[in-house]
Design a protein around this ligand. Structure first.
Ligand code: FAD
Ligand code: N01
Length: 544
């Protein structure tokens, strides 16, 4: 039997991505003892794992960066509008060095289970490294997009060639030169990696189940005029982001897409297309998120762009998303994605018409009625298969830990029909367990840096408040939680968001309950609600 060493701290934080790193800083500043537990062997989270070719952020990096250390605004200058994964990882490492974070992080340590002890009023956390941790407060900084989706394609284990997952890419990179490569999945990861894989491979076959909307990033050095407001007053610029809809300073429109002439609309869409910022794409009209008719105008605009870029009209039609409205699935930002299909070595397989039958030892078999009257199976041979098939988003990493709360109830059971939270921050039955950007918070519908910082600050202030007032535990009330879930669903139902089979709805993972996972009310509104909750004495929480 292994010896179990136990560390006792005030706060245990799971995850050393941007959320866990900042939470550690804040715990130190509050004078609390804290330890971070992390599966990987370094900091960075998303940017540690997702090393696939072409990986970049899709929010301008000047916005997608920490605001809690004003020195970073001068110490770190981003080289491009949308930095690459290596640059963002270097930034995380730079912050870890500057603030000496690694001394309180236990790397190569996966948290497997956690139990609340009602008598001791503490959590006991078990890890796969032989160490337990006990703590009064337990913070899950485990990420919304950190649990890879288990491949659900027949025969996945049979393939004898090279297999890669975009979300756990080899650290030394992969050279696809001279190879026949298959990419399965056309979400953001697929769309970013496909142009680069195509430029290396002998042959590339893309397996598309659902076409996605993608907008050109127009990457390169950021234009001076885009930085005017930021340079004038970085603190004010950041503050504006905190009170905006999605965590990036934008000016909300006050006109419907249907109130202007088609010519004016076209010119506006052209302008935002050329600007290449997702944050601005939903901005020009106030009803693109809520009106199908309005959304159709931008949907058609992008369809026409695809038809202009892709030379083969049949391929262009396959690439046009028609089964969901724009931005009801996360739109993508690309560098030459659609033009890639003009290359002679690239083939697009539409899985709606030609579904995968099975993966075999040497490649992929699809159902292709065009092959012959008798034979319906087309066998394709590959040297490598890349799975860009996504994540068990928002809940996967949280229920990936076997968490047992008050009364011995498991979190997996409590969330069997979908996650229940108050403010996406805490859940009934699990005292002193906080989630950063948990389900029911704006999280993935926002610039995550802004949402992460807001949650970390709120958790920190809450813990300080409890300590200052001699309170041992905090837990939401049933009523507050029920009302929050209801409120979040009501807002989602006012929008087009729940109409798509998206990972926002849990629809990408077979058997996952389908509920709208993030809070769609906007980061500014959400911040106000949290501030009011605090002002009104932690309204909706039981403090004991
Ligand atoms: P993560 O970065 O996911 O870190 C969580 C950490 O927890 C991981 O290191 C993981 O190993 C660890 N962990 C999980 N479970 C356990 C366990 N049981 N035990 C120990 N450790 C554990 N958001 C944006 O706003 N803008 C973008 O441009 C953007 N680009 C993205 C690009 C990609 C490729 C992906 C996948 C996501 C992107 N996101 C983006 C979302 C991104 O996840 C967040 O912006 C942010 O990095 C999340 O930080 P985090 O610390 O909350 O979680
Ligand atoms: O994952 P996804 P992702 N057979 O779930 C397909 C962030 N991110 O890693 O749409 C065949 O979006 C699936 O098809 P369908 C961003 O928030 C940001 O690409 O379910 N296909 C889909 O096409 C993003 O939204 C960036 O029908 C299967 C694809 O695989 C989130 O992370 C970059 C399949 C998965 O797409 C997730 O992105 C990367 C199957 N069995 C990620 N199963 C930036 O640009 C799944 N698919 C910043």
């Amino acid at each position: 039997m292994r010896d179990i060493n136990t560390i006792d701290v005030d706060v245990v934080i799971v995850g050393a991505g941007f959320a866990g790193m900042y939470q550690l800083v804040q715990m130190r500043r509050a004078g609390l003892s804290a330890v971070v537990l992390e599966t990987a062997d370094d900091v960075g989270g998303t940017w540690y794992w997702n090393r696939y070719p072409g990986a970049r952020c899709d929010i301008l990096t000047v916005d997608y960066s920490y605001s809690w250390d004003p020195e970073l605004e001068k110490d770190w200058i981003w080289s491009e509008r949308y930095a690459t994964q290596p640059e963002i990882l270097r930034y995380a490492q730079f912050v870890a060095d500057k603030h000496d974070l690694r001394r309180d992080i236990r790397f190569n340590t996966k948290v497997t289970s956690a139990q609340w002890n009602s008598d001791a009023k503490r959590w006991r956390i078990h890890t796969d490294s032989g160490n337990d941790v006990t703590a009064q407060f337990y913070v899950m900084a485990t990420g919304c997009l950190s649990m890879p989706k288990v491949p659900d394609i027949e025969g996945t284990d049979r393939f004898n060639g090279e297999v890669y997952f975009t979300n756990s890419w080899p650290h030394d990179g992969v050279d696809f030169s001279g190879k026949r490569v298959a990419v399965i999945g056309t979400g953001s990861s697929g769309i970013q990696s496909i142009p680069i894989i195509a430029s290396q491979a002998d042959q590339l076959t893309v397996f598309q189940r659902t076409p996605n909307f993608s907008v050109p990033a127009h990457n390169g050095p950021i234009a001076d005029e885009r930085l005017v407001a930021y340079r004038q007053d970085p603190a004010a610029y950041r503050e504006e982001a905190r009170h905006s809809g999605i965590g990036v300073p934008t000016t909300p429109a006050d006109v419907s897409a249907l109130e202007v002439s088609p010519q004016e609309r076209e010119a506006t869409y052209e302008e935002v297309w050329q600007r290449g910022e997702l944050a601005h794409l939903l901005e020009p009209y106030n009803d693109l998120r809520i009106s199908a008719e309005s959304n159709d105008t931008i949907r058609c605009f992008i369809h026409n762009k695809i038809r202009e870029i892709v030379k083969d009209p049949e391929v262009a039609e396959l690439l046009c998303p028609t089964n969901h409205y724009f931005a009801t699935k996360r739109p993508c930002l690309d560098s030459g994605y659609y033009a890639t299909y003009n290359l002679p070595q690239v083939r697009l397989v539409d899985l709606q018409k030609q579904p995968i039958e099975t993966i075999t030892e040497s490649g992929i078999n699809i159902v292709n009625p065009a092959i012959s009257a008798k034979e319906k199976t087309e066998s394709m041979a590959f040297d490598a298969i890349v799975f860009a098939t996504g994540f068990d988003a928002m809940t996967g990493a949280i229920v990936g830990v076997d968490i047992t709360g008050r009364n011995g109830e498991s979190l997996r059971d409590a969330w069997a029909h979908g996650p229940q939270t108050y403010l996406g921050l805490m859940t009934v039955g699990f005292p002193n367990l906080f989630m950063i950007t948990g389900p029911g918070s704006p999280s993935v519908l926002s610039n995550m840096m802004v949402s992460i910082e807001q949650h970390v600050d709120l958790i920190t202030d809450t813990i300080k408040h409890l300590r200052a007032n001699g309170v041992d535990t905090i837990e939401p009330t049933e009523l507050a939680q029920r009302r929050w879930v209801q409120h979040s669903n009501e807002i989602a139902d006012l929008t087009l968001l729940p109409t798509a089979n998206s990972w926002y709805m849990g629809a990408n993972v077979p058997g996952k309950p389908q509920v709208f996972l993030p809070y769609p009310g906007g980061v500014g509104e959400y911040r106000k609600i949290c501030e009011e909750m605090v002002t009104r004495g932690y309204l909706g929480f039981a403090l004991t």
